[in-house]
Write a protein of this length. Sequence first.
Length: 447
Amino acid sequence: MEKKKCSLIEHKDIDSKSFCEECNIYMCNKCENFHVKLFPNHQTFNSDKDINEIFTGFCKEKGHPIKLEFFCKNHNKLCCGVCIAKIQKENIGKHKDCNVCTIEEIKEEKKNKIDENIKYLKEISNTLQKSIEELKSIFEKINANKEEIKLKIQNVFTKIRNELDGREDELLLEVDKKFDENYCNEKILKDTETLPTKIESLLSRTEDINKYYNDNKLSLFLNVCINVENNIKNIMEINDNIKKCKNSESKKIDFFPKDEKSINNFLNNIKKFGKFYDEEDDIINSLIIQENEIDLIKNFIGKNPKFKLLYRATVDGDTKENFDKKCLNKQPTLALVKNKLGNRFGGYTTQNWNHDQEYDKKDPLSFIFSLDRKKKYNLKINNDRAIHTNTYIIYFGNADFCLDKNFLTKNSGWCNSGRRNFEASSKDLSDEEHFIVQEFELYHVLL
């Protein structure tokens, strides 16, 4: 951009340092010093800024050296007489079909709006620093999860490097894309960190123009109003991203598969290997069930549900308090267990996991099942229940399948072969009546 010269004739060969919107002049360093003393309340800008950021009171459309005396409501923009001409051709009549009024007619509306904007800027300024700190903390957690996923991907791919080099690159890129699109990312964090300075500058300028409002400089005033409104739109977008990031704090992405058996299964279909998931996704993020067994579970239920992970023992612990916090009043649910011997089994119920002692609760839709046998076991009689008490985390039937509280630390799980309510015996589910739990998961079944 060509450097503007000072507007004073005696200094016409000196590069300008600043521009005064109200006087519509460019000033060198010496002129600016005098100008500040004479007009301390005038708005000035560094003349190195893009000319489009400097308001002169004249239309900036090519070939329109005319004062801005009209306002387009459709585009929230000042315009000149040529802009609203009835005949439309190149650079003429761009707003001929718009809702246009004079700047006098719009002044009261904009004056009222500026007060609202000042209030909004002050309110968001008071909470912004706290939000920035929260975002930094969220970003660190999300980024740690992101790096953890990358490491897991790389560890898996070392075993099948020759076939999966190309797919690995795709998945690594997909990790970044998924985090950037759905969670707190570095761009949002950087945008937020610039907000205090931006709001402070915008607020200062807005208060000044509001304080020294002069009808003789209406177009200047309206230009500031419009500039504030446009900037607030951007602030609102950033603020919306802040809220989105806060909501993503509890989310976590993982990478599947994790064990040798799963890896070997996927090697047969290597071109489609690897995917990402959120906790809200299907049951593919289970540490117990295999992806090719999902349809089996859906057939057991008789519908085509989604599954949301509520509780995982190796992550959430085995205390009654933790289970209550995540699982109470959620129904229907699917329970999955893997014992130390590798047996995999579970149960389904439409009952709430409320804390009660109602041993006569009925749930004719409940069943237990074996993943290894690929078999579902229905009720023998219609008085089964699934309950949660001070003693038991989960309890199906007459202890046909149950977990005591603190089952991980006490190694306490049961498959009762004596007082059965189901068609199954203890051997149908587990190779031992009293088993040690390796993993337990509970899913909310979304029908």
